[in-house]
Design a protein around this ligand. Structure first.
Ligand code: NSP
Length: 216
């Protein structure tokens, strides 16, 4: 399918200014060149680990609502990456930077948690995908051009790039986009409007999250 004919591309273009801000942010630029101050990365890891809690629940909900086993398998395999290597990365990186998991959610984190919980509770597969697509596609977009990471980067920067880049992660984003592209024409006007609102809100919140981390 031509990119311009994809629902996910039309949705992305509807929030292009925030998309560009989220995918070319000073936070990820400095992370990639190794100049990001450690206290900003510490803040980010502590807050993003709380984001991951809600993300895992949302992804599990999407697995539950996928129309067939074949539609759910890539999501289930991705869930294993998040709860496996990515979870371990967070714990190792927080430990190396002298911090630990916390339940003290900043406003930007709480806003994302609320969005994800609402999408999961809606019982609408399209809503769940809208948030999942944004969360992973934004990360692929900033991380892929930075891959492979500079050899001199500490692991807490380098692995955050490699977890969101390369063929495997491209496949995850392509799968999530493909699911939303496929379900889109089956949604009525009300469901499309709701999924659009969630998609665009998720882009705003990705930008806000990086802004908050960079301001830490
Ligand atoms: C806020 C946020 N958005 C997306 C991702 C990518 N998994 C993340 N770790 N954190």
């Amino acid at each position: 399918m031509q990119d311009s004919a994809r629902a996910t591309e039309t949705l992305r273009q509807g929030k292009d200014v925030d998309w560009k801000a989220a995918t070319t942010h000073a936070f990820t630029r400095e992370l990639s060149d190794g100049t990001l101050p450690e206290h900003k990365m510490r803040w980010y890891l502590q807050q993003d680990y709380q984001f991951v809690d809600g993300f895992v629940r949302l992804l599990a909900s999407a697995i539950a609502y996928a129309p067939s086993l074949a539609d759910s398998v890539p999501a289930a395999q991705f869930l294993a990456v998040i709860t496996g290597p990515e979870n371990t990365y967070f714990l190792r990186a927080m430990d190396a930077l002298g911090t630990e998991p916390s339940n003290d959610a900043a406003p930007a984190t709480r806003a994302f948690q609320d969005l994800m919980a609402g999408a999961a509770a809606s019982g609408r597969y399209g809503n769940m995908l809208a948030v999942l697509v944004v969360a992973e596609w934004v990360y692929l977009t900033w991380a892929n051009p930075e891959n492979p990471p500079h050899e001199t980067l500490p692991f807490w920067f380098a692995e955050w790039i490699t977890l969101h880049a390369g063929e495997g992660f491209e496949g995850v984003v392509e799968y999530l986009r493909g699911q939303l592209d496929k379900v889109w024409p089956t949604l009525d006007a009300d469901a499309q409007a709701e999924a659009t609102r969630l998609f665009h809100r998720a882009i705003e919140l990705e930008r806000d999250f990086f802004d908050a981390a960079y301001a830490a």
